[in-house]
Design a protein around this ligand. Structure first.
Ligand code: C6P
Length: 416
């Protein structure tokens, strides 16, 4: 890993050398990856950590009575400790490995939601949620008789906090809110929302899919009950993710999936369950992926999360300035760079975002186009889809310049 610590600014050229895929050329062009909100690229150290898990100590965890099984268990549990430290969770046992944010939220919905919600209760979400933080709650509401209430957004793409105050009544048993919007980039005031939720006795779940990779997340300071994240968006392998839960709440929750590992004793009459976090990790977990995620945490910490955040904030400000040079573009979300993550969604007149993405692909530029799994938000913005660029520690102003130039060419090409 080549990450000098002596400079304040990120040495992007050197960081790029750690990412094998960024050495690729696409149709004769340097690969410019502007879709990290969908999934991030992986540094060599993460790829090697996962490979090593298979090459050197591949065995099941918590079971084997031989050396490589002990090594696999130590590496897997070591990754859990790293993530607990990364999130400032009080205890590694409050960290549950999942396949990603979606599975983490579903775990809470089916375990906590199903056992706690009843007719008349409300689940408060927001208009900017990803489908992962909408659909599981709808499914649980149907089963329990609870209902969904939705905090609207304002025209600038921030949450309507006055509406939140009005909606946050004693009927609300759960507030489930995204930390950073995957479309608008808005960073929500999670600490304040959790504080307000606590005052009415509501439990809180934060969808951290777009926040944990980019911000210094401290679950203790935020005061949330649950925090969900996706490892693959923070340099880790696909199939890795985390649910942080406050230990007292996790201990009181019924299991989600049943099977091996999550039990203490099983008879045909009755099963008793393992301690947390194992109670929620039924079956053989994604061992190599969790170990890879531990290596991703090492990498992010070596670079420094404050530095990454400062870099992305500056890059977002620069990108907004460059994109605003193109009068045909409509940019969605007007939070200032201080209050937004490195995500910019836009449309170029009536050019379909998929056409735009295909045009940019010819220049080796990867952007996302579509509804971004946020159809209710698309409806609020009055669009079917948008184009979206998103940044990470391996992007720089050159990427933005090349993308801006290609967008201008696209407008010419499509005759706008
Ligand atoms: N958003 C995007 O391109 P999974 O798929 O479980 O790793 O993450 C789901 C998820 C949950 N919440 C938010 C805020 C997200 O952005 C995502 C994933 C990707 O925006 C894929 S749709």
């Amino acid at each position: 890993m080549i990450v000098p610590m002596e400079t304040e600014s990120l040495p992007v050229d050197r960081i790029r050398q750690d990412f094998p895929i960024l050495q690729r050329r696409i149709r004769g062009h340097r690969l410019i990856y502007l879709d990290s909100a969908a999934t991030s690229q992986k540094p060599e150290s993460v790829i090697n950590a996962e490979l090593d898990a298979y090459r050197k100590f591949n065995a099941n965890v918590h079971r084997g009575a031989y050396l490589i099984a002990e090594e696999a268990t130590a590496a897997y549990e070591g990754a859990r400790k790293k993530i607990a430290r990364f999130l400032n969770a009080p205890d590694p046992s409050s960290i549950i490995f999942t396949r990603g944010t979606t599975e983490a939220i579903n775990l809470v919905a089916y375990s906590w939601g199903w056992s706690h919600l009843k007719p008349g209760d409300q689940i408060l979400i927001t208009e900017m949620e990803h489908h992962s933080n909408i659909v599981p709650w709808q499914l649980i509401a149907e089963r329990t008789g609870a209902s969904l209430a939705v905090v609207p957004i304002l025209d600038d793409g921030t949450l309507d906090l006055e509406a939140l105050d009005r909606l946050l009544t004693e009927r609300v048993k759960l507030v489930a809110v995204t930390h950073v919007s995957n479309v608008l980039g808005t960073i929500n005031p999670i600490k304040e929302i959790c504080e307000k939720a606590r005052q009415v006795g509501a439990t809180t779940l934060v969808d951290g899919a777009q926040a944990a990779p980019h911000l210094s997340v401290d679950v203790t300071a935020l005061g949330c009950d649950f925090y969900a994240l996706s490892g693959h968006k923070m340099l880790g392998p696909t199939g890795s993710g985390v649910l942080y839960g406050r230990k007292e709440i996790l201990e009181a929750m019924p299991p989600f999936l049943g099977g091996g590992e999550m039990i203490r004793t099983v008879t045909f009459e009755k099963t008793t369950f393992n301690d947390v976090p194992y109670k929620f990790e039924a079956g053989t977990p994604a061992i190599a992926q969790a170990i890879g995620l531990g290596a991703a945490v090492d990498y992010l910490e070596a670079v420094g999360r404050e530095r990454i955040r400062a870099h992305e904030k500056a890059l977002t400000a620069y990108a907004l300035t460059r994109l605003q040079e193109i009068p045909e573009l409509t940019i969605y979300g007007k939070a200032p760079p201080d209050g937004r993550g490195g995500v910019i969604a836009f449309n170029a007149g009536d050019i379909h975002p998929h056409d735009l993405a295909t045009f940019l692909d010819a220049y080796g530029i990867c952007i996302r186009a579509g509804h971004h799994c946020a159809q209710p938000l698309m409806r609020r913005l009055n669009v079917a889809a948008t184009a979206r660029i998103s940044f990470y520690l391996y992007n720089d102003e050159d990427d933005i310049d090349t993308c801006t130039t290609a967008l201008k060419k696209a407008l010419e090409f499509f005759g706008r």
